[in-house]
Design a protein around this ligand. Structure first.
Ligand code: HEM
Ligand code: NAG
Ligand code: NAG
Ligand code: NAG
Ligand code: NAG
Ligand code: NAG
Length: 339
């Protein structure tokens, strides 16, 4: 039985309790069901996890702000054609890739992924997929930002196709609750996964134009008072002083101001105070079950529980529609090019 359908009718509080009991079993079964294996490279590349970790330590030491982008790359990969590294492929003369679609404009970290892949090609040529590299880098990014860890079962293969138009499967920042739920459900993820994984917005930054519709001309009334009523007034003033116009697509804003490099539960305190940056963050307050989760985590007393929930949901996300076995996909040499 799919966990998402089983969870749907339960309240968030009940599912949180259930997950404490179910988590290790469900983690193992999600990965097994997808055909992945904790020891996949045990004989072919036994140091794979150690190598990725070493590189990640060096990468984040040099550029701590890459933790967020590397987590987000894995999310964008998994939501389009499954976790097959299609997000990393370049466009070709006959086909525009995901990378060159609107949501990509703000993706970062491609160079770091290739750096890790290059080290793995030296250690174990032609063995470790770019899709597995993304999954491991996302996990290590969270761990090194002081967040939770989770087991990453391996054996994903790399896809050969990347289509810009398929990025319409990624939820836009303007999405309301209904739309978010259906877009997550389309990937086998539950309402609880939605509220838990949104907690990834504890890391990283966002460009003004992805939320400035909330600050200016919200309904088209063309007055300065025309703002999103779901946004805290003091926060709105602060955001307006940073984002001077609707057209500003260059200014970056910490999503969790003051702790955007550290993985913690403070995202939920912000959302509870109506300080989530996107409509999609604010939308979590519009449903009783996700609101209850936000409010519980906003107390700061249940961070360990959020960490376990996040680990559990990441295991699910990182197994979406994976390619496995010898017949599907390939092991790319260069993450931006098919072999
Ligand atoms: C629920 C639906 C989601 C929406 C609508 C959404 C939307 C966005 C948007 C618009 C940005 C700003 C990008 C920029 O301006 O540079 C962003 C950033 C980010 N998102 Fe999400 N996101 C969602 C879910 C997720 C999930 C599931 C994760 C991972 C578990 C995630 C992790 C991140 C991270 C880490 C950043 C910061 C990236 C950086 O620092 O460059 N998001 N998201
Ligand atoms: C995306 O584009 C490809 C080719 O450009 C086309 O075959 C496919 O049907 C399109 N998919 C969607 C969802 O529009
Ligand atoms: C949510 O957004 C969709 C379009 O994305 C729209 O059709 C629907 O009416 C919206 N629902 C609510 C409750 O506003
Ligand atoms: C505000 O929205 C209205 C309606 O969409 C539009 O006609 C007007 O040009 C917008 N004003 C600004 C400053 O963007
Ligand atoms: C930002 O806006 C300018 C002017 O509209 C446009 O030329 C540019 O391509 C945009 N940049 C991004 C990253 O969207
Ligand atoms: C990082 C990256 O690949 N960015 C590309 C996103 O798409 C635009 C075109 O829409 C390219 O110019 C960027 O290079």
């Amino acid at each position: 039985m799919k966990k998402s359908s089983m969870m749907a009718p339960m309240t968030i509080m009940a599912s949180v309790a259930a997950v404490l009991v179910l988590s290790s079993a469900s983690m193992a079964s999600a990965a097994d069901a997808a055909g992945l294996d904790m020891n996949f490279y045990g004989s072919t590349c036994p140091r794979v996890e150690a190598i990725v970790k070493e590189e990640m330590v060096a990468i984040l030491k040099a550029a701590p702000t890459l933790a967020g982008p590397l987590l987000r790359l894995h999310f964008h990969d998994c939501f389009v054609r499954g976790c097959d590294a299609s997000v990393l492929l370049d466009s070709t003369p006959t086909s525009t890739a995901e990378k060159d679609a609107t949501p990509n404009l703000t993706l970062r970290g491609f160079g770091s992924v290739q750096r890790v892949k290059d080290r793995l090609e030296q250690a174990c040529p032609g063995t470790v997929s770019c899709a597995d590299v993304l999954a491991l880098m996302a996990r290590d990014a969270v761990v090194l930002a002081n967040g939770p860890s989770w087991p990453v079962a391996l054996g994903r293969r790399d896809g050969r196709v990347s289509l810009a138009n398929e990025t319409n499967q990624l939820p836009p920042p303007t999405a309301n609750f209904t739309r978010l739920v259906s877009m997550f459900a389309a990937k086998g993820l539950s309402v609880r996964d939605l509220v838990v994984l949104s907690g990834g917005h504890t890391l990283g930054t966002a460009h003004c134009n992805l939320f400035s519709d909330r600050l200016y001309n919200f309904t088209g009334a063309n007055s300065l008072a025309d703002v999103d009523p779901a946004l805290d007034a003091a926060y709105l003033a602060r955001l307006r002083s940073r984002c001077r116009s609707l057209a500003d697509n260059t200014t970056l804003n910490e999503m969790d101001p003051g702790s955007f490099l550290s993985f913690d539960s403070s995202y939920y305190s912000l959302v509870a105070r109506r300080r989530g940056l996107f409509h999609s963050d604010a939308a979590l307050l519009t449903d009783p079950a996700t609101r209850a989760y936000v409010q519980r985590q906003a107390t700061g007393l249940f961070t360990a529980e959020f960490f376990r929930d996040f680990a559990d949901s990441m295991v699910k996300m990182s197994t979406i529609d994976v390619l496995t076995g010898q017949q599907q996909g390939e092991i790319r040499k260069k993450c931006n090019l098919v072999n």
